[in-house]
Design a protein around this ligand. Structure first.
Ligand SMILES: Cc1cc2nc3c(=O)[nH]c(=O)nc-3n(C[C@H](O)[C@H](O)[C@H](O)COP(=O)(O)OP(=O)(O)OC[C@H]3O[C@@H](n4cnc5c(N)ncnc54)[C@H](O)[C@@H]3O)c2cc1C
Length: 447
């Protein structure tokens, strides 16, 4: 059935990007704006963000927190992001939210609504959309987007209706967390309209470890620097709290480089990968070596029969200590007096001098611990999609397709993914604002 109305703008998806872009378009003068949403609710993913608190941006915003993998392969992507964020940066975003009545608070650089509830952000967006007269049609699953013959207008086809519109913003999300409605449909429509899709892969996710390791380490949290060297010898790293859990390993540093690891595994058809953990990221090797020698000298005097592993109980969790020592073939159950049996003199200086090989290996065990990853948490639970609509085919100031006049993209559907800390929502706000404004300007000029 054809809806006879001619819309100025149809936005596909009522997530963070869809709502924000429709509001931006209205604020900039678009008149008839319709949002088509597949599910029966708006902003389902937005509600989950930041553990229900919505980390909506970052005070220490930094471009290098985006598209780690893309920066290796497509250096020009940085220029794209630079242009887009220059046009609508986090300060402008906060001012925009402030105008809608949202108060924000800061915690370690992360920006949240003052209520610390994502529901507040959704309510503000829905209230604004309603007062601007934006119509949201729920349970409207867009099945196709076509050009209307002999015109630059679009036909947007759902399971029930065909809608006509001068402009379309595709804000249907990526493939992550499909139970919130975003199952990657938009890639298919964009592809049919001629766009290139960079293979969507999970990002901001955890990895699966071998059962034996999970059994030993589940529940342990620890500061660490996590590094990964890809097949092109580029090293990615991130430092923070890692968490061993019931399937493997997660935590912010693991999630932040997960997109790079997964893309490298995928491109090289590898089922497994090895990352490296440094459990003393803020220590240099020499200082650690001296500290171990000092502890040995002290322990050998007070507790000569203590086990080698006991020496390190003050360093990290005992189960981790055992594994770390075994990784470099030390016997954790060896007595310290047997370990240091080669010399009479057991001062710190003597240990440093005569056990330098062992100290080097011990440091190595703590600073360069290889961890085998045997898989990753997939789209069902990952927080964002890496890949998506290729940036080469989009104008960065307007988010308009270079291939289809009047077609715009916003949010996760585009080949942009950021680190934990509000970067992905910031991308949603920036790209949506630009798309909405540009569509409104185009409409004004064509009238
Ligand atoms: C658990 C979790 C926690 C997160 N926490 C944070 C955080 O704290 N900070 C941060 O910056 N980012 C966070 N993210 C990422 C962030 O939520 C997303 O990047 C952002 O919500 C993407 O917004 P979007 O509008 O582009 O896509 P989505 O929010 O996925 O919205 C897409 C919408 O389009 C609809 N849709 C899909 N297909 C169709 C169709 N064919 N027809 C009609 N409608 C359709 C969907 O139903 C959905 O409503 C988190 C993600 C997850 C999963």
């Amino acid at each position: 059935m054809i809806d006879d109305e001619m819309y100025d703008l149809i936005v596909i998806g009522a997530g963070a990007s869809g709502l924000f872009s429709a509001i931006s378009a209205k604020n900039n003068g678009a008149e008839k704006v319709l949002i088509l949403e597949k599910t029966d609710k708006a902003g389902q993913k937005l509600l989950l963000t930041g553990d229900g608190r919505c980390n909506l941006s970052n005070q220490e915003f930094d471009l290098s927190s985006y598209n780690f993998y893309a920066q290796i392969y497509h250096k020009e992507n940085t220029a794209f992001l630079d242009t887009a964020f220059h046009s609508f940066d986090p300060d402008k975003t906060l001012a925009f939210f402030n105008d809608m009545g949202l108060m924000v608070s800061y915690r370690n650089g992360y920006i949240y609504p003052t209520s610390y509830q994502s529901r507040t952000v959704l309510q503000v967006l829905l209230r604004e959309a309603e007062s601007l007269g934006i119509v949201i049609e729920y349970n409207s699953n867009v099945r196709n987007i076509e050009h209307i013959e002999d015109s630059t207008d679009y036909l947007v086809i759902t399971q029930r209706f065909k809608y006509k519109s001068h402009c379309v913003i595709l804000a249907s999300g990526g493939s992550s967390f499909p139970k919130t409605g975003s199952s990657g449909d938009g890639y298919y429509y964009a592809k049919k309209l001629g766009h290139t899709i960079i293979k969507p892969l999970p990002a901001l996710t955890g990895f699966i470890l071998e059962d034996a390791i999970v059994e030993r380490l589940s529940g342990i949290r620890m500061m660490a620097k996590v590094s990964y060297r890809n097949h092109s010898q580029k090293v990615f790293f991130n430092t923070g709290e890692i968490q061993f859990n019931k399937y493997g390993i997660s935590g912010i540093p693991v999630m932040n480089i997960s997109g790079n690891i997964i893309r490298d595994m995928d491109e090289n058809k590898e089922q497994t990968a090895v990352c490296q953990l440094n459990f003393f990221p803020y220590w240099d090797e020499d200082i650690l070596s001296r500290q171990i020698a000092l502890n040995m000298a002290d322990f050998i005097e007070k507790r000569p029969f203590c086990l080698l592993e006991e020496l390190f109980y003050g360093y990290c969790n005992e189960k981790l200590v055992e594994l770390i020592l075994q990784s470099k073939d030390f016997d954790p159950k060896m007595r310290l007096c047997d370990f240091l049996n080669r010399r009479e003199d057991k001062t710190k200086e003597s240990i440093l001098q005569h056990y330098s090989n062992e100290l080097e290996r011990l440091c190595d065990a703590f600073l360069r611990f290889d961890l085998k990853l045997i898989g990753y948490q997939d789209f069902k639970t990952c927080q964002v999609t890496s890949g998506g609509i290729c940036l080469d085919e989009i104008e960065p100031e307007t988010m308009e397709s270079k291939l289809n006049d009047g077609l715009y993209f916003a949010g996760e559907i585009v080949d942009v993914d950021g680190a934990c800390g509000g970067y992905n929502l910031q991308w949603a706000w920036t790209s949506s604002y630009l798309a909405g404004r540009a569509a409104a300007i185009k409409l004004r000029h064509s009238n």
